[in-house]
Ligand binder design. Sequence first.
Ligand SMILES: Cc1cc2nc3c(=O)[nH]c(=O)nc-3n(C[C@H](O)[C@H](O)[C@H](O)COP(=O)(O)OP(=O)(O)OC[C@H]3O[C@@H](n4cnc5c(N)ncnc54)[C@H](O)[C@@H]3O)c2cc1C
Length: 425
Amino acid sequence: MADGAHKHRVAIIGGGFGGLAAIEGLKGSDVDITIVDRRNHHLFQPLLYQVATTSLSPSEIAWPIRMLVKHRPEVTTVLGNVIGIDKAAQLIELDDGARIPFDSLIIATGARHGYFGHDDWEPFAPGLKTLEDATAMRRRLLVAFETAERETDPDKRRTLLTFAIIGAGPTGVELAGAVIELARITLRNEFRSIHPEQARVILIEAGPRVLASFRESLSVYARTALERLGVEVHLGQAVTEVTADTVTYGDQVLHANTIIWAAGVQASPAARWLGAEADRAGRIKVNPDLTVPGSPNIYAIGDTVSVPGLNGKPVPGIGDAAKQGGKHAARAIRARRAGLPVPAFRYRHLGDIATIGRSAAVIDFGSVQLTGWVGWWAWGLAHIYFLIGLKNRVSVALSWMWIYLSGHRSARLITWGEAGSDKQP
Ligand SMILES: Cc1cc2nc3c(=O)[nH]c(=O)nc-3n(C[C@H](O)[C@H](O)[C@H](O)COP(=O)(O)OP(=O)(O)OC[C@H]3O[C@@H](n4cnc5c(N)ncnc54)[C@H](O)[C@@H]3O)c2cc1C
């Protein structure tokens, strides 16, 4: 045994993109690995908006972590909610009182949406991060149309058919395109009192352009494509108030029954668990090699850290950065155990990608940029490639093909919160 009576124990908190990449990177390294996650599944978050907008079902974009590591006997999966880390005793603390020992630790607990100090807005303007968020958003969207169908007051009906999306990054843009297509294409002709295609979708952004992380020409393209679909894009106006059915931005008060938050992120509380320095979004300020300052055996990766990348620009909170961080942490653990120096993390940005409805996308791979349906197919192929399992790849490809050809979305189910509830809209 490498370390006394037991093999070197690597604990990983979080089975997202970063955590799974670390497990992959540790293959064959003669360590025992424990992966702890409070959910039993790995979630492909880039396609969450498609669950929220009825294109895909939850099981098409999520997989049990236990199943993903079943051929790795050295990996133990624990379903548990981490609430602390005892650095001195090298223990992870779970909320049920259990303790998990480690020799090396990788923290990959991600982030949630953040409300810039206005947490009271969350119940009115929920964000999208988990499968529960997505199915709740799907319910809100579909119930708005159902309620509007029975509403006789024209003002209330207008409010029910107004959908506000706050934040025009990739998630906001993708949601806006999908919601307008749901209204204008999928639901058309299905209602008798309302015309779903008259629904308004308003995308509100504080900055001067949509998709601010993309080059300007692609932002302009995306805005035009959204407007062509019927989305109203309001730029340069920060939201100052959100209530159950209003959004205030600039000098406007918009009445909207469904308000979606796609504007900010807040890191997991891992910095607090460690007593580590964090940035304004709560991300741990890690060392260049991704270790937590003062703890050479603790790595933190992905959305829960802040680390400078190329040209001093922070590494973005995207899936590929988390994966690269996971691979780096695995390499670093191997190197340290072999007595070799651990190099700094070098992030390589492969590109930016976002879709606008079912037939346009913008792709920025530096020297290559794609837009329109060519971009959409490239986006679609890339996402299908990154899904796990042949069945899901085939099923998602067929769903997209069907939506593309017919406009119909197969996951248009309103599911209520609790088993046994027999509520009606
Ligand atoms: C709606 C949406 C769309 C996105 N679209 C894109 C995209 O198109 N392209 C792209 O590259 N990126 C996209 N991203 C970002 C990308 O998904 C994240 O950057 C990536 O998931 C970060 O990986 P991670 O491993 O750091 O965290 P995550 O993948 O979020 O994983 C964190 C894991 O930690 C677990 N966890 C958290 N807290 C605890 C705890 N206390 N105890 C136990 N377990 C815990 C969670 O359950 C989760 O499984 C999107 C994100 C969202 C929300």
